[in-house]
Ligand binder design. Structure first.
Ligand code: ARG
Length: 462
């Protein structure tokens, strides 16, 4: 069994049951390279502060570099280790190679400022990578919007047919949401960008290290200015999980919309074989499992946020072991979000939209009622009055079993005499209804095309 980093006043080892609960190496192992990078910066910082001589620092730095290179090729020594956590693992590995010199590295440092630093370094990397995932998914949705800028389908409110929109317009709604999600995570990255290393266990380090120099060496924009806060701040973990959660919520809405559009009740979307599944019993089934998982995985990320909120609530200053519980929930939220962004992209790239069927659906359910009222407004009828009369027209149409444009002459004369002689069928085509929504953010085909062009430009400039 490896000796503990803190063994001085303890006889014997931990009870194996507690040791299992206490160990974080099984999950904080993913911070291994950040732990090495932080240790390199700390070794150099100690040398600058006169705690290590130049040769000692150089030996530590080169050995840490060797360990890094070896673990990049083969991480199996981590699996084999019984170390308490990733920090203990790296220190043990170092001491095994350079003996007493390795034991000097932890001078003036605590695992408390170390883990806070490692985690921020790891999150910085993830936040950079995930921007690419957002962008890739947005681009596929923009492509889909581009191909369907003029493809009408029923738009719904309350899941009742409301007014026609284009499928392109609907795709771009998700592009907007994802842009906010990506921005929220960029904001979180900016707020997190202060280096806690040199805060010690809680009170600051007792050696004259140049903390701003450490921050620069590790690529941070700023240095934290209160050691008590710095070692126990997990605001960024909360914020980033929340950023993941809004993205997941948005993906769940996309999933729900598309599952509905692919259902036999709607049947205007069909997903590719690579993201669809069958039934073990019912041979005819073609199930949208990929989208159901996008919808279902939200629970895990919401759970992670609840975990962190519960963990940090009422936590006394400064570091408490409760904070070790931040990592599993956080990592699961990050992994889930990345995986779902990727799967959503696969689905978007392989979806087939049935234009003919979707257009036909816009003609059923009186989606033209608002436009009919607007035609009456054009003839001087106050909107509220027009609304009321079109309501009567809808009732009459239901009774006659026709669309509004096909109402009998008697019904027309009774409820909308102002529109005598107007070719209603021509005024109430889906195309005409779309083209009237010609405002910023509206579903008119040209507006959607403009938005597609704007997004293409935005997403291709870095
Ligand atoms: N494994 C610990 C964590 O993840 C590292 C910090 C431990 N510090 C301590 N004083 N026990 O939070």
């Amino acid at each position: 069994k490896p000796a503990k980093l803190w063994g001085g006043r303890f006889a014997g080892g931990l009870h194996p049951i507690f040791d299992e609960l206490n160990r974080s190496l099984p999950f904080d192992r993913r911070l291994v390279f950040q732990d090495i990078d932080g240790s390199v910066a700390w070794a150099n910082g100690l040398a600058q502060a006169g705690v290590l001589n130049a040769d000692e620092a150089a030996k530590l730095v080169s050995t840490l570099g060797e360990i890094r290179a070896e673990l990049e090729k083969d991480p199996s020594p981590i699996d084999a280790s019984r170390a308490e956590d990733v920090h203990s693992f790296i220190e043990e590995t170092l001491v095994a190679r350079v003996g007493d010199l390795g034991k000097k590295l932890h001078t003036g440092r605590s695992r408390n400022d170390q883990v806070a630093t490692d985690l921020k370094l790891y999150l910085r990397g993830w936040l950079t990578d995930v921007q690419g995932e957002f962008q890739a998914l947005q681009l596929s949705l923009v492509e889909l919007a581009s191909a369907h800028a003029d493809a009408a389908l029923p738009g719904y409110t309350h899941l009742q047919r409301a007014q026609p929109v284009t499928f392109g317009h609907q795709c771009l709604a998700y592009v907007e949401m994802l842009a906010r999600d990506a921005e929220r995570l960029r904001d979180a990255a900016g707020r997190m960008d202060a280096c806690p290393l040199g805060s010690g266990a809680l009170a600051g380090t007792a050696y004259p290290v140049d903390r701003d120099g450490l921050s620069r060496a590790l690529g941070f924009a700023r240095t934290t200015h209160n050691s008590l806060d710095a070692v126990s701040d997990r605001d960024h973990v909360l914020e980033i999980i929340f950023g993941c959660l809004t993205a997941m919520l948005h993906l769940s809405r996309l999933a729900e919309d598309w599952i509905f559009l692919a259902s036999q009740e709607s049947a205007v979307l069909r997903f590719g074989d690579t993201v669809s599944t069958g039934s073990s019993l019912m041979p005819q089934k073609r199930n949208p499992d990929a989208l159901e998982l996008l919808r279902g995985k939200v629970g895990r990320v919401h759970g992670a946020l609840t975990t962190l909120v519960t963990t940090t609530k009422g936590l006394p200053l400064a570091y408490d072991k409760d904070l070790q519980e931040d990592k599993e929930a956080l990592f699961d939220a990050l992994d889930t979000t990345t995986a779902c962004l990727r799967v959503a992209k696969l689905v978007a790239e392989d979806v087939v939209f049935d234009r003919t069927r979707a257009l036909a659906a816009t003609r059923v359910g009186y989606l033209d009622a608002t436009d009919l009222a607007d035609l009456m407004v054009g003839r001087g009828v106050p909107f509220r009055e027009a609304h009321d009369r079109v309501g009567q027209a809808v009732n009459a149409a239901i009774e006659e079993g026709v669309e509004l444009g096909e109402l009998s002459a008697a019904a027309r004369a009774a409820v909308m005499p102002e529109l005598e002689g107007v070719d209603l069928a021509a005024e109430l085509t889906t195309e005409a209804m779309l083209s009237r929504r010609d405002v910023i953010g509206g579903t008119a085909v040209e507006r959607v095309r403009d938005e597609v062009a704007a997004w293409k430009k935005r997403l291709s400039s870095p």
